[in-house]
Design a protein. Structure first.
Lengths: 176, 461
């Protein structure tokens, strides 16, 4: 597909937000938006679906909890039951209070680390990954919107200028 | 612009009429310019202290723990005092970045980055002490539950010292990840401004290729929130578990149920003091007075005052309960603390931790930079004495009067402690010149509500 893409640069988050809404009302397709900081309401304006990372954290937490319980049960009760201070480890439930701290720490450990790893993988963030923001100033004070050109190009250009874009440039749409 | 409205009663958190671009320039300045003479002087002193400490560590490990001042009665002294002191200091970082995030306190944004850096660097110092005390630090991995050639020889999950291993390592690694995730957009900002190719390459590597897509920001915010939710009970659990090292034993003076909340309050107290110590200097040197304002220092002083009062109440409760319990050993332990041969340590602790923060009730004092700086150091001296008092005075007169003794540190005890202070400042000084010391992406997101430039236009127009 030989689609064209317009890069519209804004210098204010409120102007950008209203531009996004206006373009979506006019049924234009916005490929992506690059901003220097989280603009509140932008994900809704773009119609992005909510992220499920919090759910993954919960599941990872359950995993960590289970691993900890299984590990401590095996080590303390099955493999090497000891009589420490007259309190023999014969049953897991009776010794549970002493195991709570480690179970808690492992739950947090699994939930936090695996969620962050999932985030890095989903957002393709890792060392040696090259950045993909089209212009460097989107990490400073500029906001860039990529609009897929559909129909009349001039009409879209005019519309973008009217929404307050300070700079427009034409690019080829290279799908990932 | 209605959505950015904030009551004019709230003082602006960012002063100096800053725009988005100004924030970028101000935060990148320390990274892009060479440090001044004072930085090199401070770094030199810190490095010298670190190297001295390293020498003492090498001597201790190669000779044996006998080079310390420990004796058959006082088997734990400066090593564990320093360990608890450093862990406690570390607590403020997570508290500021996680707990204040959950409470939506916007003033955290100017200080959370440095406070988290402080957390990580001080937990590293804390971790050194138990490892050195093992005597054979190359076997430190034996604290992990790993299969071994001795058959079914495992670590003991009933032991508070093992809980510490899990608590501290979880805390250190989760704090590091929390810190680094927040750093990605700010590293990306420096990367995109860098002119020298080497610098660009380094910051590109550090920023993990952050591009600032709308979807990435959505995930970023969710991850920050969930990490804050996880880090909040975590930070409370860590010092609770540290206090279990003492509370689960049956030594009079240690065997008290008040320890977990009392230790956590003390940790927050000392941590905020350390944040004040570091930031009062940094805001001046890196010219960040418009971001870390007097208001920020005042708010931290209020936290210091409150947690100092909680610690004071805990001290008095301990004394009361010792008397009320009717246990003569417990009663003697506390009488000995306040009036025995270590009375000076006890009263140093009382003066620094209970009396000095009460001066913060005066607005004039808590908004004075010089006064805040002095109190922040006094508090950390007091908190060191607190741990020393709890540990050494509870041990040095045990059940058998024939084994009563005193503890005096050797040059190696002192050297290792000074060395960790040096190591801490080496790391922090390097951080201050190479990392974005303020979470600039977060500050930009509140600039329109809390920056004076925009706030004034709301109020006037």
């Amino acid at each position: 597909m030989d689609e064209k893409l317009i890069h519209a640069v804004y210098d204010d988050d409120d102007v950008l937000l209203s531009a996004v809404k206006e373009l979506r009302n006019a049924k234009y397709q916005i490929k992506d938006v690059f901003t220097p900081f989280p603009v509140h309401g932008l994900d809704e304006a773009l119609g992005l679906r909510g992220t499920r990372l919090a759910v993954t954290a919960f599941l990872y937490g359950i995993l960590g909890f289970s691993v900890a319980v299984a590990m401590i049960y095996f080590i303390m009760i099955v493999d090497w039951p000891q009589n420490i201070g007259g309190k023999p480890s014969f049953s897991f439930m009776e010794n549970l209070p002493a195991f709570v701290p480690v179970i808690f720490e492992m739950t947090v450990f699994f939930a936090a680390h695996l969620m962050v790893i999932t985030f890095y993988l989903r957002s393709k963030l890792w060392p040696f990954k090259s950045p993909e923001n089209p212009i460097p100033s989107t990490t400073d004070d500029k906001f860039l919107m990529q609009v897929i050109v559909k129909g009349d190009e001039d009409k879209l250009n005019n519309m973008l200028t009217k929404t307050g874009a300070v700079e427009l440039s034409m690019h080829k749409n290279e799908s990932e | 612009m209605g959505s950015h409205y904030e009551s004019p009663i709230r003082k602006p958190l960012v002063t100096g009429n800053k725009s988005y671009g100004d924030v970028t320039v101000d935060i990148a300045r320390a990274v892009e310019n060479p440090p001044n003479k004072q930085w090199f002087l401070a770094f030199g002193i810190a490095l010298a202290a670190f190297l001295w400490g390293l020498g003492c560590i090498i001597y201790t490990v190669s000779t044996g723990i006998g080079v310390w001042g420990l004796n058959k009665t006082v088997g734990w002294a400066w090593d564990i005092t320093n360990f608890v002191w450093w862990v406690g200091i570390g607590h403020a970082g997570t508290l500021i970045s996680a707990v204040l995030l959950l409470f939506r306190q916007k003033w955290r944004m100017a200080i959370n980055r440095s406070a988290e850096a402080m957390t990580i660097f001080s937990v590293i110092q804390a971790g050194l002490f138990p490892i050195i005390h093992m005597g054979r630090p190359w076997l430190a991995y034996w604290v992990l539950p790993i299969p071994n050639t001795y058959g079914s020889l495992w670590v003991n999950f009933n032991s508070p010292l093992l809980w510490d291993v899990f608590a501290i390592s979880t805390y250190l690694s989760v704090s590091l990840v929390f810190w680094w995730t927040g750093l990605l957009p700010d590293f990306a900002m420096i990367r995109d401004r860098a002119i020298k190719p080497f610098q660009k390459k380094i910051y590109s590597l550090l920023s993990f290729g952050w591009s600032g897509r709308a979807k990435d920001w959505q995930r970023f915010e969710e991850v920050s929130l969930v990490l804050a939710g996880l880090a909040t009970p975590l930070v409370l659990s860590v010092h609770t578990i540290v206090s279990f090292d003492f509370a689960t034993s049956i030594i009079p003076g240690w065997h008290t149920t008040i320890f977990p909340p009392y230790f956590v309050a003390g940790a927050i107290f000392s941590g905020f003091a350390m944040v004040n110590t570091l930031l009062i200097i940094m805001r001046k040197v890196s010219r960040l007075e418009n971001y870390i304002t007097i208001q920020h220092i005042e708010l931290m002083n209020i936290v210091i005052m409150i947690t100092g009062s909680i610690v004071g109440v805990a001290y008095i409760t301990e004394l009361f309960i010792a008397w009320y319990s009717g246990v003569e050993y417990e009663q003697y332990a506390f009488l000995n603390r306040a009036t025995g041969p270590y009375w000076w340590a006890y009263w140093a602790m009382m003066t620094c931790n209970v009396f000095s923060p009460q001066l913060m009730w005066f607005k004039k004092l808590r908004t004075s930079i010089m006064f805040s700086f002095i109190i922040s150091i006094v508090v950390n001296i007091g908190m060191w004495f607190e741990r020393f008092v709890i540990i050494v005075t509870s041990l040095h007169r045990d059940y058998l009067p024939s084994s009563w003794t005193m503890f005096s540190p050797t040059v190696y005890d002192i050297g290792i402690f000074i060395g960790t202070i040096g190591f801490f400042f080496v790391l922090f000084l390097l951080y201050a010149r190479t990392f974005p010391v303020i979470a600039q992406a977060e500050v930009k997101s509140i600039l329109k509500t809390s920056g004076d430039k925009f706030k004034n236009t709301h109020t006037n127009g």
